[in-house]
Design a protein around this ligand. Structure first.
Ligand code: HEC
Length: 114
């Protein structure tokens, strides 16, 4: 009798384990790096903007952030936090950020609708 109960428990356990093993695990999209682009600011962002934090901060800014906002942000990173950004590179960086994450991003890139 006890053997039967034990077998029953075992069978139930196997069933549960089988279920668990069959679960599909979907990982969240990797959001740590910058969106590829042909704009010259893209390699600059990879070079200058990943030393201290991932692109998460950039992706979570309000989607309609203006060029002026990105210009201020790049200069804040440079002047207040010491990001290794050459002054001559800032217009290209700002252009990339505005067109990829900000007010000038095409609808398919904008996270405004998501
Ligand atoms: C030297 C380190 C460093 C580098 C390099 C750096 N950041 Fe930051 N960044 C920070 C810190 C520190 C914060 C967090 C500030 C806070 O918590 O208020 C931050 C926050 C941010 C934020 C959030 C909004 C804000 O104003 O705090 C954005 C957007 C951002 N960084 C973009 C960038 C971009 C774009 C670059 C490349 C030009 C860059 N960061 C490079 C240190 C850095």
């Amino acid at each position: 009798m006890t053997m039967r109960i034990l077998l029953g428990v075992l069978a139930a356990l196997l069933l549960v384990c089988g279920r668990v093993a069959a679960l599909e695990i979907e990982l969240p999209q990797d959001t740590t790096t910058y969106r590829p682009s042909d704009l010259p600011g893209f390699p600059l962002a990879l070079q200058d903007c990943l030393t201290c934090h991932s692109s998460q901060y950039v992706q979570t800014q309000p989607p309609l952030s203006s060029r002026v906002y990105w210009d201020a942000t790049v200069h804040k990173m440079k002047n207040a936090f010491g990001a290794p950004v050459e002054e001559a590179d800032t217009p290209a960086l700002v252009d990339y950020l505005t067109k990829t994450y900000g007010a000038e991003a095409p609808p398919e890139l904008s996270h405004a609708t998501k």
